[in-house]
Design a protein around this ligand. Sequence first.
Ligand SMILES: [Zn+2]
Ligand SMILES: [Zn+2]
Length: 640
Amino acid sequence: MNINEIRSKYLEFFSAREHMPVPSSSLIPGNDPTTLFTGSGMQPLIPYLLGKEHALGNRLVNSQKCFRAEDIEEVGDNRHITFFEMLGNWSLGDYFKKEQLPWLFEFLTSEIGLDPHNLYVTAFIGDEKNGISRDTESAAIWKQLFADKGIEAAEVAIGSEADGHRLGMQGGRIFYYDAKKNWWSRAGTPENMPAGEPGGPDSEVFYDFGTAHDAKYGPECHPNCECGRFLEIANSVFMQYIKQPDGSFMLLPKQNVDFGGGLERIAAASNKDADIFHTDVFEDIIELLEKFSKKSYDDSRYTRSFRIIADHIRAATFMLGDGVRPSNTERGYVLRRLIRRAAWHALKLGVADKDADDSMLSRSAVIVIEKYKDAYPELDGEEAYKTIFGEIRKEEVQFAHTLAQGMKEFQKHISGPSKEIAPAVVFSFITTHGLPREMVQEEMRERGLYTAWEKVDELLAGHKETSRAGTEHKFKGGLADTSEKTTRLHTAHHLLLKALQTVLGPQVKQRGSNITQERLRIDFSHGEKMTKEQLAEVERIVNEKISEALPVTHSTLPRAEAERLGAEHEFGAKYPDLVSVYSIGPKDATVDNPQFDKAFSIEFCGGPHVGNTSELDGTFKIQKEEAVAAGIRRIKGVLR
Ligand SMILES: [Zn+2]
Ligand SMILES: [Zn+2]
C-alpha cells in the first residue's frame, strides 16, 4: 500500500471515531532515539495532557512531519531515514486502553491488511520499587484481540534488552519489558521523574519480516532485537500516573492516550519488505536515478548512494517547503549538508551535471512534491515548486564549485614533499563549506593527501554538539515551547502582524513564523524593502499597544465565523471546522464579550498567549528586515 493511501485511511479511520484533525506544524525533531514514536508528537500537547481544555475537543488525530538531524550519518541501511511522518492520535481524558488497542489492531489488520500472525506486541513489566504494577490490562486486551483472529497469544516476561537476547522468543506473542523500553515520561524512567510529572506505560507493535536472526546482536532474537527481523511500527503511550512528592505514583484523575505510528514503516510492513526504500516515494526516485545512471539499486556498490539521495532529497524538499534555506547556521546548515551529501552521491552514481538547467536531484524533488502536495499544501503551487527546484539546483551547482575550489586550496597547504594536511584545515574545510566528511576523506585519498583523522573527528564532535543544540530548539513550531519568554514574544508577534498591515496595507499576509525564547521571526508577503520610516512606525504601533494594556482573549469559533470576522490565518494552512482564535483589545473586552469588531488583532491561533499586553513587559525592537524569497520579507524582533 502506498504512503498517501495509508495516511488517508488512518485519518479517515480516526475521524470516523470522532477525532478532530490537528494541523501538522513545522518539522519537529524526533528527540528520543530509544522510543521512536513518542515524545516528539506529544510535546506541544503537554498542557492539554495535564488537563488544559483543547479547542478541538478530547479526541485528536494527525500526521506530523518529523525530522531527525542526528540520523544523517546513519542513512544508508534499509531502515534509517532523516524525515518521516508520524501518525498520531490522542485521547485527552477520554478513551483509554480498551478502545485504543482494539482500534489500532483493527486499523493495522483490516484497513492496512497486515497479517496478525506477523504482529508482536510489548507491555510494561512493572516496577516494584516504585509501586507501579505490571500492565496486565493491556496484555489481556491484546490476548483477546489475537484470540479473535484464532491466534493463541502467550505472554513472556523479558525485562531489559540484554534479558531479551538471553531469554529469546519462548513462543511468545506479548512481551513484557522494563521501564527503559516500555515507560514514557518527559524525564524518562519512573525514578528520574520529578514530583508532579505525569507518565505511564506504553505498548508497542512490532512487525516480523521473518528474516533470520543475526547472532552478532546477541545469542537469541526478541522483538526489541536490532537485527532487522522485527520493526517497531507503532506505540501507544498510556498517561496513567502522576508522581507524588513522596515518590509514590498515583493514578491521574483524567487518563490520556498518546499514540505514534511510523507511516513509512507501516508501508514497509504492508509490502512485507523490510527495505523502507522499496516504499513508493523512494522507489520512484530510485527508478529515475537507475534510468539515468544505468546503475542498479541492487548492485551493492551503489545501494547506499541511491538510498542517501532518495532520503536526503525528500527531507530537503520538506525543509524548503517550511521556509528553510541553505546557510551555515542552524537549520540552514542541516539543509545544506543534506543537499551536498546527496550531490556527492549523485557524482558517485555518475548522474551529476553541473551545466544542465536541471539535475537528477531537482527532478527527484519534483517527484517528492507531486507525491505529497495534496497532503501538504506548503509544497503545492507554482511558487513552492520554483523555490524548491531552484534552491536545490543552486546549492548543487555551488557545491560542485566549492568542491573544485577546495581541492585546489588543499594543494596550497602541502609544503614540500609531504602530502599531509593539518587537521584544523580539514576541519574548517568540512564545516565552512558544508562538505561531507566521508567525501573529503575519499577525495583526499584519491589525491594522495592525508591527515590525522582522529584529530579532525575530535574537532567535529565539538562542532556537532553546538549545532545540534541549535537545531533542537529551532525545529519546534510556536506551539512547542510554552515558556514565558516565548509566550510573550508570541503575543508580540500578533501585534507585529497587525502593525505591518496598518503601515504597509491589508494585503500583507503572514507566510511563515518561528518563535524562540530569544526572538520572534515573521515572514510576510511584501514586494520591496521596508523604509526606515516604515520600520519605525511599525515599532511605534507595537509599543503603543503594549502600553495600552489591552486584554488578550481566547475563543473557539466555527471556521466560517472566524473567517467572516477577518481573523488572520497562515496562507496555505488547513484548518478544522472549529478553530481557536485569539483577539487583542479593545480595552474592555472579556472572554464572555470579546467584541471582535473592535479588536486590534484577531488571529487563528492555538496559543498560548499572555492575558494582557502589559505583561509583555518591555520595548519591542526590530533587529533585522530582509528578503527571504521573491515577494517575501522577513523581520526578526525582540522584547527588551
Ligand atoms: Zn534478532
Ligand atoms: Zn499565534
